[in-house]
Design a protein around this ligand. Structure first.
Ligand SMILES: Nc1ncnc2c1ncn2[C@@H]1O[C@H](COP(=O)(O)OP(=O)(O)OP(=O)(O)O)[C@@H](O)[C@H]1O
Ligand SMILES: [Mg+2]
Length: 1207
């Protein structure tokens, strides 16, 4: 620690950031001393602003460094408990408490209560809180909890009851600091504490009245009290029994003029806005306050959030409550209206030094005169002229414009001031009921605090003078209290210093012969005929030039002087000092008021006259001096309690703490003086047991201190820490220390506390850590178990899910595959079916096409045949006509000829042809036709009878033939029609078939042929009609059959079997030619027929073979699924087909056998007739192999059929 400084390296200190008195005054930064040098410079590491950022190291002078209190004392409720009672320490505590919650707006500074205006409603003044403070039984009790204005009020009240001494609570502070609000809070608390008589309500109701008539909106406070007041509350046996209100320095000038943005007294606006219609008419009031010049000149007529109309009602009820009857209230408001109308009266110059009323403002004059109870002329004369005594003669002087306006304003101010006084008198009269019986009083002083503006006038001089007196009172009180404490504690009081401001008070109020103060000098100057503000200023400078509290700045503009107050230096401007001090009202105006018909105006006039008569030449300053003296005497007679109201910011906002402004107020209201007084003495005080309890732990031998009493422990501690005896005093109950002495102990205590805290924290940490580790391992074990359990459960579940999923997947895949397979299968089948259908269709189409082609060919052949037949018929007819031969015979001859020719040609192709070549020398045999014809001719010639018979036979046959020809013609026509139909529309083939079937069947059957039934009905295949042309001896006939008939009907077989030799006997195989003996011709015919039959059998075989194989293929396709035949059983059909072909084969064999037998028979017959042996042989040689090959072929076909149908 450096010598003379309370800080050392590492100490926490405050560093001043701005010079005192500057705008940033009060800006201190906390830091830690880094180093000290011999020249007094201190290096301090400043804490970062706002707790953020890096710290910076600055080098400052020692004067700009103040020691910081230990953190232990943060937010302490009594400033005197601070180890270092310096500016930053006090500011920091107030800031910390203000930023906190609850009653932190209040802080004790010894016997002074510091109240920081919260600018917001706090739940601090309810009945419960009041009850908590009022529960204390006596003043000796410890204060219950936090500092509070209730605590101060309660202390005063209990002290009054206990000591029967009157008490005073001095509530000071600058404008807007909360003096009036605090006064009301104290009054309410006292009313709740000592009420019950009903008087407390009247006392409380006086507040709205006084506020309405004495408060106004200013730039610093919406409800600024423009007067000082002392409320003496009288108590009788602990109950309020009356009150007396003293007022000081009402600001009269506000009635006629306000600063821009300020208002006149509230009552004017309340009257203008709250008056009812009757009142409005009575007082001639317009709609709003803007119509009055006195109210509108500042440009501000309303306050945000304040309802003037409602306020008027409250004022009226408060007036009633304080005992002012309605008629007096009406008179009161009438006088207020006079003031307002007077303000509207304007003058116009008449000639050089004379004015008269402006015609536009005549109504205002009229209303003012009417309300004042005088004539307009009288009022006008009083305002514009002045009567003077000159040598016993009364002369009337015209007033200038300025003088007339001053006269008007003076009248208004005087009326309002008198009205205010009268009102206070009325209230006092109402509150003074129990005053006589009162034993003690509790006074509340609500007076403006120290003021220092840019421009300070007479009002500030008076207020600051009052505050000097109050500060003196305060200092005396503090000294007295201090002395009292020291005396009671038996402490050497010679060490207590007291700084008095008596010299400053004297500068104001000293009177001759002791001297001449500022106010006395002002009074003197006011009495001087030629006195002026300048002469006053000059005299002041001359008189007080050497006074330490007085100074004059010659360079300053105008007449001004400065006074060095306890709270700072204030420069006053002397302008209008004399006028304000005189505050005279012309006699004419007083007379005017006296002559009024209105009783209240007369009363006011009487008051004004009495005041003038009483004081004679007494000025405002002198009067205020007397008032102050009287006030001081009253206060001296009481025990004092101080409440210092602090305004935290000039914006009147909640929660904002302006350190500079607060510091300035702390200086002005004397809180720093309290600190200084305390610092001068022994500011740090502890009860013995408190000190022992606080620092006992710092003793090395704790056992020694255990049994000892508090004082003994204190002594041990002081000895142990080697505290300089000059720095402390041991009182009867307390220890007293000089400022900062306990720093060493505090540091040790703080270190020990920190160490203890560190050890505790470490030990707690170890225990916590141990417990934590234990808990953690347990938790980990439990977690492991649980996680294992959960994992197993999850795994089992997962397994199940997996299996289920696998199954589902398999099922799904199977399903998908099946679906895909089915789709593919369906696709394949569809393609197959489509393909087969396509193939089948093509085949069917091909077959249909072939069939149609063959049908067309057949039809063409039939047509050609029919034509040939027709031509033949025609030829025959011609022959018949020409030769008398029957056409049939001719044909027969031609047929035989052709047969022989054919046989001959066949014979020539046989292998035996070579042998026949040997007989080439022989003439070639006749052709079949030639020989037959020759034979016939020969026979005809030889046997006419036989010929005749033959002719008859031929005719018969011819008839038959004709019928047949007729039938054929019909059929031809039919066929032609069918052919036409088919050509026109191929799709009409079935229809044509049906027509042909229905048409040809009977005739075909008659001719041994008929249409077969639809063989495809069961198979569902489309019918395939074919026309098979069979030639027989009686001519061609047509047979309809299905080309593809695996169910070929028996008719086919019949048809086939019907192809037989016309002349063959079916039963024995003998050859007959019309019942006659066979001739060579008949034999030849029979042979030809046989040849034809063999050819047809051969064709039938081929046809059957094709059908069989075709049907077998079809059945096999159906069985293999290569073709569709719904409803068909392939096996059954195969069996049927096989059975059918077996039957056919059997029949075919029989027919072949028959044919063979015919041929044999023919051979025999030929041999008998000796003709054509070679031909028969040739026939048999030609036909037999064909027939046998056909039979063999049938067997082979059947075998082939079996193998194919199985395959
Ligand atoms: N204890 C409080 N709680 C809440 N608000 C308060 C308190 N004290 C004062 N205020 C607020 O501060 C404003 C000013 O207070 P107040 O009128 O008492 O100031 P003042 O010191 O009397 O000022 P002036 O000297 O101009 O009369 C009040 O209108 C009120 O809004
Ligand atoms: Mg006030």
């Amino acid at each position: 620690m450096a010598r003379g400084t309370p800080w050392a390296k590492g100490s926490t200190v405050w560093v001043r950031q701005a010079t005192p008195g500057s705008a940033a005054d009060g800006d201190w930064r906390r830091g830690t001393v880094v180093s000290l040098d011999a020249r007094g410079a201190v290096s301090v590491a400043l804490e970062p602003a706002g707790g953020r950022g890096a710290s910076s190291v600055v080098s400052v002078r020692a004067e700009d460094v103040e020691p910081a209190n230990p953190a232990l004392l943060d937010g302490v409720s009594d400033l005197t408990q601070l180890t270092y009672l310096n500016e930053p320490g006090i500011l920091e505590v107030l800031r910390q408490r203000f930023s906190g919650s609850g009653s932190g707006v209040y802080t004790n500074a010894g016997c002074v209560l510091v109240a920081v205006n919260p600018f917001e409603e706090l739940p601090l003044y309810g009945g419960e809180v009041a009850a908590r403070y009022s529960r204390r039984r006596s003043t000796e009790d410890e204060a219950p909890g936090e500092p509070h204005v209730f605590q101060t009020a309660d202390r005063a009240f209990k002290q009054m009851l206990a000591t029967a001494q009157s008490q005073s609570v001095l509530i000071t502070g600058e404008s807007g600091a909360g003096k009036t609000e605090t006064t009301k809070i104290v009054m309410r608390y006292l009313a709740s504490l000592a009420g019950g008589t009903g008087m407390e309500d009247k006392v409380l109701e006086s507040n709205p009245v006084l506020e309405a008539f004495g408060n106004a909106q200013t730039l610093r406070n919406k409800n600024s009290s423009r007067f000082g007041k002392l409320i003496e509350i009288y108590f009788n046996r602990g109950h309020i029994c009356g009150a007396l209100i003293h007022t000081y320095l009402l600001e009269k000038s506000r009635v006629v003029h306000q600063q821009p943005g300020e208002r006149s007294y509230h009552i004017f606006y309340q009257l203008c806005r709250g008056a009812d219609e009757a009142e409005r008419q009575r007082y001639h009031l317009p709609v709003g306050p803007e119509s009055f010049a006195y109210l509108a000149s500042s440009g501000c007529t309303s306050i945000a959030g304040v309802d003037d109309a409602a306020g008027f009602g409250q004022v009226k009820s408060a007036l009633t409550a304080v005992g002012i009857p309605p008629e007096q209230q009406a008179a009161l408001f009438s006088v207020l209206a006079v003031v307002l109308w007077l303000g509207n009266v304007q003058f116009v110059p008449v000639h050089d030094d004379a004015v008269t009323v402006d015609q536009f403002t005549l109504p205002a004059l009229r209303h003012a005169a009417a309300l004042l109870g005088c004539s307009e002329a009288t009022l006008l004369a009083a305002l514009t002229t002045r009567r003077m005594q000159a040598g016993g003669e009364q002369i009337t002087r015209e007033l200038s414009m300025e003088a007339a306006l001053d006269s008007r304003d003076a009248l208004s101010k005087a009326i309002y001031a008198a009205l205010f006084r009268w009102l206070v008198q009325q209230i006092n009269a109402a509150l003074s009921v129990g005053k006589q019986r009162s034993e003690t009083t509790l006074s509340l002083l609500d007076i403006a605090g120290f003021e220092s503006f840019q421009e300070n006038s007479f009002e500030q001089l008076c207020i600051n003078y009052a505050n000097e007196r109050l500060q003196q009172q305060f200092s005396k009180h503090m000294f007295k209290v201090e002395q009292g404490i020291y005396e009671s504690e038996n402490i050497d009081k010679a060490r207590v210093e007291f700084v008095d401001n008596q010299d400053c008070v004297d500068l104001f109020e000293l009177r001759p012969p002791a001297g001449i103060g500022i106010l006395s000098m002002l009074d003197e100057e006011c009495m001087m005929p030629k006195g002026s503000d300048s002469t006053f200023a000059a005299k002041l400078q001359q008189q007080h030039a050497a006074h330490p509290r007085f100074s004059h700045n010659a360079k300053a503009h105008g007449d001004s002087f400065a006074v060095h107050h306890y709270a700072g230096t204030v420069t006053y401007s002397c302008a209008k000092f004399l006028d304000k001090n005189r505050d005279t009202l012309s006699k004419d105006l007083v007379v005017l008021l006296q002559a009024s018909s209105a009783p209240l105006v007369q009363l006011l006039a009487g008051d004004l006259q009495a005041a003038q008569d009483r004081k004679g030449s007494q000025t405002v300053g002198a009067r205020f001096c007397d008032q102050l003296r009287d006030l001081m005497q009253r206060l001296d007679a009481t025990a004092l309690h101080f409440v210092r109201c602090i305004k935290p910011n000039s914006r009147q906002e909640a929660g904002h703490f302006d350190a500079g402004l607060v510091l300035h107020q702390l200086r002005c209201c004397g809180v720093l003086e309290v600190a200084r007084i305390a610092q001068a003495g022994y500011p740090t005080r502890y009860l013995h047991h408190e000190f022992a309890a606080r620092y006992r732990d710092l003793l090395p031998d704790k056992g020694a201190g255990q049994g000892a009493d508090g004082l003994e422990v204190c002594r041990q501690l002081l000895a142990h820490f080697k505290v300089d005896p000059s720095q402390y005093q041991i009182g009867r109950t307390r220890l007293f220390f000089r400022a900062g002495v306990l720093g060493q102990l505090e540091d040790a205590a703080t270190r020990m506390q920190k160490s203890a805290l560190y050890i505790q924290s470490m030990w707690r940490m170890v225990r916590c850590r141990r417990a934590f580790l234990h808990a953690r391992s347990a938790a980990v074990a439990i977690q492991c178990q649980w996680r294992g359990c959960v994992a197993r459960r999850q795994f089992a579940e997962l397994l199940l899910q997996h299996r289920a999923a696998a199954r589902i997947q398999a099922a799904a895949r199977g399903c998908a595959q099946r679906r895909r397979y089915r789709r593919a299968l369906q696709g394949v089948l569809a393609i197959q079916m489509a393909w087969r259908r396509h193939v089948l269709k093509e085949r069917v189409v091909q077959r249909i096409t072939e069939r149609r082609r063959s049908e067309r060919e057949q039809a063409a052949q039939a047509a050609a045949q029919a034509k040939a037949w027709q031509q033949q018929e025609d030829t025959f007819e011609a022959i018949k006509r020409d030769f008398g031969m029957d056409a049939v015979d001719i044909r027969r001859v031609l047929g035989l000829w052709q047969a022989h020719g054919s046989a001959f040609l066949a014979w020539r192709q046989q292998p035996g042809w070579a042998g026949a070549q040997a007989a080439a020398s022989q003439p070639p045999p006749l052709g079949a036709d030639d020989s037959g014809l020759l034979l016939e001719i020969a026979a005809s010639n030889a046997d006419a009878e036989q010929l005749q018979k033959r002719m008859e036979g031929l005719q018969t046959y011819c008839h038959k033939l004709e019928r047949t020809v007729d039938d054929l013609r019909e059929e031809k026509q039919l066929l032609q029609r069918a052919l036409h139909m088919l050509q026109a529309d191929p799709a009409a083939a079935p229809h044509c078939q049906a027509i042909l079937a229905s048409t040809l069947s009977p005739k075909g059957a008659r001719r041994g042929s008929r249409l077969p039934a639809d063989a495809h009905g069961s198979a569902g295949l489309p019918p395939r009609p074919t026309l098979a042309v069979h030639a027989d001896a009686s001519g061609p006939h047509y047979e309809s059959s299905t080309g593809r008939g695996y169910t070929e009907s028996q008719d086919d077989r019949d048809d086939a079997s019907s192809i037989s030799l016309m002349s063959l006997h079916e039963d024995d195989g003998s050859v007959t030619t019309g019942g006659a003996t066979p001739t060579a011709a008949s034999l030849a015919a029979a042979r030809d027929e046989s040849c034809m039959v063999v050819g047809m059998l051969s064709r039938e075989f081929e046809k059957k073979q094709a059908l069989l194989l075709d049907d077998a293929d079809f059945i096999r396709e159906v069985r293999n699924g290569e073709a569709e035949a719904p409803g068909m059983d392939p096996e059954l059909e195969l069996q049927r087909l096989e059975a059918r072909y077996k039957t056919w084969k059997k029949e075919f064999k029989e027919r072949l056998g028959n044919t063979h037998r015919v041929f044999k028979q023919l051979k025999r017959e030929e041999r008998k007739v000796g003709y054509g042996a070679s031909l028969a042989s040739a026939h048999s040689a030609t036909m037999a192999p064909r027939a046998s090959s056909s039979v063999r072929g049938a067997s082979g076909v059947l075998a082939h059929f079996k193998s194919r149908s199985k395959g």
